[in-house]
Design a protein around this ligand. Sequence first.
Ligand SMILES: NC(=O)c1ccc[n+]([C@@H]2O[C@H](COP(=O)([O-])OP(=O)(O)OC[C@H]3O[C@@H](n4cnc5c(N)ncnc54)[C@H](O)[C@@H]3O)[C@@H](O)[C@H]2O)c1
Ligand SMILES: O=C(O)[C@H](O)COP(=O)(O)O
Length: 629
Amino acid sequence: MKLRDKLIIDFDSTFVDEESLDILAQIATRNHPEKPADVEKIKHLTSLGMAGEISFEESISERLKCLNANRKDLEDLILHLINSVSRSIEENKDFFFRHAEDIYIVSSGFKEFIEPVCKNYGISSSHVFANTFVYDYKGNIVGLDESNPLSNNQGKVKLLKSLKFGHDVVVIGDGITDYEIREAGLARKFVAYTENVKREAVCEKADFIAESWNDILLKLKLNPDFYQKKVGKALLLENVHHSAKKLLVDAGFDVELLKTSLDEQELCEKIKDVQILGIRSKTMVTAKVLESANELIAIGAFCIGTNQIDLDYCIKHGIAVFNAPFSNTRSVVELALAEIILLMRNLPDSMRNMHRGVWKKSADRSHEIRGKKLGIVGYGNIGSQLSILAESVGMDVYFYDVEEKLALGNATKCASMVELLRLSDVVSLHVDGRATNTHLIGEDELNEMKDGAILINLSRGHVVDLNALVSKIDEGKIKGLGVDVFPEEPKSNNEHFDTVLKEKPNTILTSHIGGSTIEAQIDIAHFVPQKLKEYVMSGSTMNNVTLPELQIQPVKNAHRLIHMHKNKPGMLADVNQALARYDVNILSQALKTNEQIGYLIISTDKNFTEEIVEELKNIDGTIRLRMLY
Ligand SMILES: NC(=O)c1ccc[n+]([C@@H]2O[C@H](COP(=O)([O-])OP(=O)(O)OC[C@H]3O[C@@H](n4cnc5c(N)ncnc54)[C@H](O)[C@@H]3O)[C@@H](O)[C@H]2O)c1
Ligand SMILES: O=C(O)[C@H](O)COP(=O)(O)O
């Protein structure tokens, strides 16, 4: 598992996303306001030094003079930095653990804070080369150890010469002092790392520019187990945001992105050799589709709802399903709030009139929302956020949920849905799409609502009986309607759409766009591929909805395999006996079960041969085996 090159990585603005001394100055100022650091001057000196506009020695000595920090401030700094590791490095934590023996941190920063941060990534203190502070008798930082080569100009060059690593070295950093190593002929490549800061003067010198750690893995082919063989095919449907494709391509997938959904037959054909399927709310992933999916290991729902997927089938066959439970919730809440205001003012009709040239200035059927009763059915991630926002604009909020929920703000919990329907001026539906919620709102429920009430459904189309609703609108019982989701929705934007709600008064119809904002889609496009990638690479099932949730720490120099089995007595013993027969030593093992499945991750010191894999597969109750590395 050795890498071809030793990787020399800079710390500030590369391994972590900020400059540590800038942060230390802010912390010191907060802790000792009577002696503030000149934070702006320190930041300026940092930039000048990094870009090579002043010498390193000048930059560091001037910064230390204005720092006014104490040894005690370092504790706060370390805590801050632990949470500031560059996002893509954090995402590839497993890589760092696995290749720690070839990774070195070479920094003009300080060991006192670099070592504790890097330790969390498997990098031992013997692989961290950095300066150390000098303190006075009160613990104040007054300088740095000048005998350390890194305290001098060309310090990194001097250090690398003394390490005698040879030429198989790649230097990765954001500053000119990192490039100096390559310039001195002590590295085969210099990579300008721009995830956190892009310095043009540095980029000009680089062999290549890496926007993230994934770029490095890909361009240097650094992860032979993963990147040199294609991981497999990913099929993304329904026009998920294009950045999802980039993330999966960077992770080694061969990605096909389609703008539309596919029907059952089309999907059965397309899915045959696909390992990762990405969908949104429209694609029905039925048992028939899944039966055709010979290689499928995971499905990413690039949305909240997973009711379009046959989850029972996925559980029985060990297919992981991930979704994005939070990313678009705010967007839906904003739309709900907007619709409440528009419908209370009868604005859909006023707007239609204006477009037809009808000027009708009147306060008829136009109300403020302040003081009106909002009834929220389903107090989950969306319902509860709407509760807070609606209350903050003066509404009186009531909610009903089948689960026990904490009432937020001043909201009032109702004991039944009928109670809520009877008292609400506006009813907003935010239940999940489980099958039993079909026609949750039908004729009886509509009859329970106040005369002239408003109904909003941004949840799922089958939740409301549209024929019953039409009658109640025609009778004048329902005086305002906002609907974003329909029992039948077109597969693509090219298809015609029809509904019985067309042309109804004071009605807002939208094309399932509650979660369709740029912000939400970008967030989803990052969240879901990350989960899929973690699952494929490390076996982590955190946040999935079908398999038991298990997060496992990376193990150095290990081989890893996942054994999914029926949750029945004796499975773990059978697996371990099989491994013992082949003299395999287990380095770590983690098992989590749900009602149906046991999910076991095994890390060993020995490679899993075909014979071992075959033996494990043949254990009675085995559902699926996946070899990670
Ligand atoms: N229009 C859109 O674009 C859009 C976007 C995102 C989510 N959604 C949909 O919005 C709905 C809510 O999403 P969420 O993230 O808040 O889900 P959630 O799972 O966090 O919350 C749903 C809540 O509904 C409750 N519930 C289920 N059935 C109920 C019933 N019969 N009566 C009362 N309470 C019931 C659950 O206990 C849960 O608390 C989902 O259907 C989701 O698919 C639509
Ligand atoms: O489940 C969801 O998140 C919403 O229904 C949005 O689905 P979409 O991604 O298909 O718009």
